[in-house]
Design a protein around this ligand. Structure first.
Ligand code: ADP
Ligand code: MG
Length: 156
C-alpha cells in the first residue's frame, strides 16, 4: 500500500469552481507539495486527516479547535489549466471553519482511495456524491488502525 502519504503546503487560491456554492469548499495544495502523490496518480477521491496551522500572532482568526487534526476528503485530478499535465489536489476538511484560511499551512495524511472521478449530469447528483464521499471517509476513519494517524509526527 502506498499509504500513508504525507502532504503539506500553504493553501492556494483556486479558480473558485463552485466549491463553496456546493457546500463543499476545497482548499488547494500547491504543486510543489504534490510529488508524494506520484506514487498513486489515480485520479479521484481520497480520504484521510488534515490540519490547518494559522500563522503566528494571528490566533484570533482561527479558534484553537481549528488546529485539530480533522477528517478530510481529497480530490486528485489533472488540471485543465495546465493542459492536464499537472496534478491538483483539493482538500475538503469536515469541520466548520470561522473564516477562510488562504495562505495558511495545511498538512495532510492521505490514508486511502474512495472512487474515481466521475462526470455528473446534474448538480444534485454531484452534491449527493460528495455527501456519500464524506460518509464513506468518516466510516473508513473509524477503523482503530487509523487512530494513530491523528497523532502522526507529521502534524504539529
Ligand atoms: P477556491 O477555488 O479558492 O479553492 P473554494 O470555494 O473551493 O475556493 O473555497 C476554498 C477555501 O475555503 C479554502 O482555501 C479555505 O480557505 C476555505 N474553507 C473554509 N472552510 C473549509 C473547509 N471546511 N475545507 C476546506 N476549505 C475551507
Ligand atoms: Mg477549491
Amino acid at each position: 500500500s502506498p499509504f500513508p502519504i504525507r502532504l503539506s503546503g500553504p493553501v492556494q487560491k483556486g479558480f473558485g469552481r463552485g466549491g463553496k456554492d456546493l457546500g463543499c469548499p476545497t482548499a488547494n495544495l500547491p504543486d510543489e507539495s504534490l510529488p508524494p502523490m506520484s506514487s498513486v496518480t489515480k485520479t479521484g477521491v481520497y480520504y484521510g486527516y488534515a490540519q490547518v496551522i494559522p500563522p503566528r500572532k494571528d490566533d484570533d482568526t482561527l479558534s484553537r479547535t481549528d488546529v485539530e487534526v480533522l477528517p478530510m476528503v481529497m480530490s486528485l485530478g489533472w488540471n485543465p489549466f495546465y493542459k492536464n499535465e499537472r496534478l491538483t489536489a483539493e482538500i475538503h476538511i469536515m469541520h466548520e471553519f470561522k473564516s477562510d484560511f488562504y495562505g495558511y499551512l495545511m498538512k495532510a495524511v492521505v490514508l486511502g482511495y474512495i472512487r474515481p472521478e466521475l462526470d455528473y449530469t446534474s448538480r444534485e447528483a454531484l452534491i449527493d456524491d460528495i455527501e456519500t464521499d464524506k460518509r464513506v471517509a468518516l466510516n473508513c476513519l473509524q477503523r482503530p488502525e487509523y487512530q494513530k494517524y491523528t497523532t502522526d509526527p507529521h502534524f504539529s
